[in-house]
Ligand binder design. Sequence first.
Ligand code: PMP
Length: 451
Amino acid sequence: MTTPSAKEWWEKDRQLIWHQMARYQPDAHPLVVTRAEGAWVTDVEGRKYLDGMAGLWCVNAGYGRQELARAAYEQLIEMPYYPLTQSHLPAIRLGEKLRKWLGDDYLFFFSNSGSEANETAFKIARQYHRQNGEPDRYKFLSRYRAYHGNTLGAMSATGQAQRKYRYEPLVPGFLQVPPPDCYHCPFGKAPDSCSRECAEIFDYTMNWEIDRTVAGVIMEPIITGGGILIPPDDYLKRVREICDWHGALLIIDEVICGFGRTGKPFGFMHYGIQPDIVTMAKGITSGYLPLAVTAVRRELFEAFKGTEEYDHFRHVNTFGGNPAACALAVENLNILEKEKLVERSATLGEQILASLSDVEDLPHVGQIRGKGLLIGIELVEDKETRQPANPDRVNAVVATCKELGVLVGKNGDTVAGFNNVIAISPPLSLTDEDTALLVKKVKQALREHAS
Ligand code: PMP
């Protein structure tokens, strides 16, 4: 039997697969990836690409890690599956490991995806308040431009019109406020002279929503998929204070920012706060197997424990905390520790920002910003007005990068016209050589579309 040609695979793909985010495939066919090693993926034609997006912001330890495959294989041989309605050793070991990363104050609820980790957080928060005699606290506040997942609750917390307007009505009780978007401040202010209106708006909203109806606030430390928006340094601290004042829980979504992406173990650690709940997925297994975690402060857990509410916490899932995924996650975190990849993310991020600085003057490069290996290049039509670049211009830069052998992302929201940020988020294990190549090709693509 002959192996199908690339063309035949593309045709089979077209017949069989309903793709996610199909508009992210500007070509006639998707990239059909057959092999991956380090930061490189090879497609069905044998072409190699440097993956500047670590898949979908996932592959923190890089591709092709034999240790990870082995950890999963060995666990599958020993004990392939048991639900966490009871327990198993890989989950306990991963819990111990996560305490080292996050702190001793947390317990861990396992599920399968970032969306589900956020759903779990919403349910825990609502039930916690009910348990505390405040059943009217059911609302959640989040920010426009932020993404929190694709299930109905997580999508309701998402502040991107494009992602949700087709599925309305959404879950009641989810409200959005403007984000800390310093380049296009929704309050018309500048970061060095503003009064942090973007943080104070939480206080304002909680007051006007009638005090004590807000269960919690969910936010990423840095808005990622919505355009890599880095808040002012004191923003999160102020939001934390406002949540405390109003008795709302602070849920930090670390699905992308976690596990070294921003140059710290978790993104919130840049900002000197302690979240009540932390949600994680993607980088916990470097994307090799599905696994997600909702980490809950002990104090919250203890409000449940030993009460009827603990028995009634109804978020059962069949696959959450799958033993092979947990064993692989422990090994993945071992790799990040041994190879000091969190620190490497911080160093490489600074290096990349420094070497991109000479394209800042190009007419369509509005702003280049980032923390660790989470970097955004915002393209504009006009540097004065900061009008977002037209989609054709953004697509052309992404397509040229691909022709030059480098995969980069683009993000934002097409409905609002802000789909104009080129995202660079490679594996944290990127070699020096690959780093230089990535920067060189991105700069070349930006220069080719400079006029
Ligand atoms: N939160 C954030 C910040 C995300 O970026 C994503 C996924 N891109 C999710 C939640 C949802 O994760 P998943 O796709 O695993 O459901």
